[in-house]
Design a binder for this molecule. Structure first.
Ligand code: PMV
Length: 304
């Protein structure tokens, strides 16, 4: 059974598309996939009730992405048709890297089926062939962290670097309940960059600098400073126009309930926010505050 992790971006989403550094952390939950013999190349995503045939010309992105991954993964080897069955544990369109986790899990299942042990970077290439069908200009951060896990420093075009935080981070993940489209939000930021190059450029620079600040705070185990970095990153995401009133309100409520800092995570326009909490008692208060606003939330630990 192959696995692709979900992820949270601690700082630097969107700016990372344009070459600035970002920090992401892998989750313990994600997507599991397994391949078996079949009459045709087919993808079954169980909890969604989706059953699609691989077809590069399909109107269905899942069918196209699966065909792209199979073509790239088989590399001309004669191969019998395969059905990949997928179990998804994380919400889709929520900023948790569900599509990258699907790509990583399906690439892993294909390798198991073909009896291959592809090196990590080759498997990453396969999973990226999948990811490109869903979003035109992925920085690669989701796929990199989905494959490797841990807390990662990522810069587009460079090898990802594993960070060793001096403390684990307790995060409350809050789902705004609004769907988030990565493709749409990346396009929206690109349009804003065209229209307001100076403002967007200086916001990207500030987010890149914040990634450096957070890296140092992680190395020292300074949770208060990491929380301040979350809040400052939230301001940057607002300046890019990717937060929403609901995400802002959830972050604000989490702070009043005792979070050290909070921010949207992932592409935004909806999806999830993350709130850093100092201990389980405070986590409980933040979880209750989110529930009082009708938002689903849960506690995760990263950087152990
Ligand atoms: O919303 P998600 O989980 O797909 O995260 C997207 C992160 C972006 O920086 C907005 C895009 C990217 O490819 O890095």
């Amino acid at each position: 059974m192959a696995f692709g992790r979900g992820k949270v971006i601690l700082v630097g989403e969107h700016a990372v598309v344009y070459g600035h550094p970002a920090i992401a952390a892998g989750l313990d939950v994600g997507v599991h996939a397994q391949a078996r013999a079949s009459a045709d190349d087919r993808l079954c995503i169980r909890p969604w009730g989706r059953d699609v045939v691989a077809d590069e010309r399909s109107d269905e992105p899942l069918g196209r992405a699966f065909a792209a991954l199979l073509r790239s993964g088989r590399e001309g080897r004669p191969a019998s048709p395969v059905c990949v069955e997928v179990m998804v544990q994380i919400p889709a369109a929520a900023g948790l890297g569900c599509s990258a986790a699907l790509g990583v899990a399906i690439a892993g299942a294909l390798d198991e089926w073909l009896g291959l042990r592809r090196p990590l970077d080759e498997r990453e290439r396969l999973a990226l062939a999948w990811e490109r069908e869903f979003h035109g200009n992925p920085s690669g951060i989701d796929t990199a962290v989905s494959l490797r896990g841990g807390v990662m420093w990522y810069r587009r075009g460079q090898a990802p670097e594993a960070l060793r935080p001096a403390c684990a981070l307790l995060l409350v993940l809050v789902d705004s309940g609004q769907p988030s489209s990565t493709r749409e939000m990346v396009a929206r930021v690109a349009a804003r960059r065209e229209a307001q190059p100076a403002l967007v450029g200086s916001t990207f620079d500030a987010l890149g600098a914040l990634a450096g600040r957070m890296r140092e705070a992680l190395a020292r185990g300074d949770r208060d400073e990491i929380g301040r970095c979350f809040d400052a990153a939230h301001d940057g995401l607002c300046a890019l126009g990717v937060s929403t009133e609901r995400l802002d309100a959830l972050c604000e409520r989490a702070r009043s309930a005792g979070a050290l800092g909070a921010k949207p995570t992932g592409a935004g326009g909806g999806g999830c926010a993350i709130a850093l909490v100092g201990d389980e008692g405070r986590a409980g208060r933040v979880l209750e505050a989110c529930a009082a606003m009708g938002a689903r939330s849960w506690l995760v630990e990263v950087g152990r």
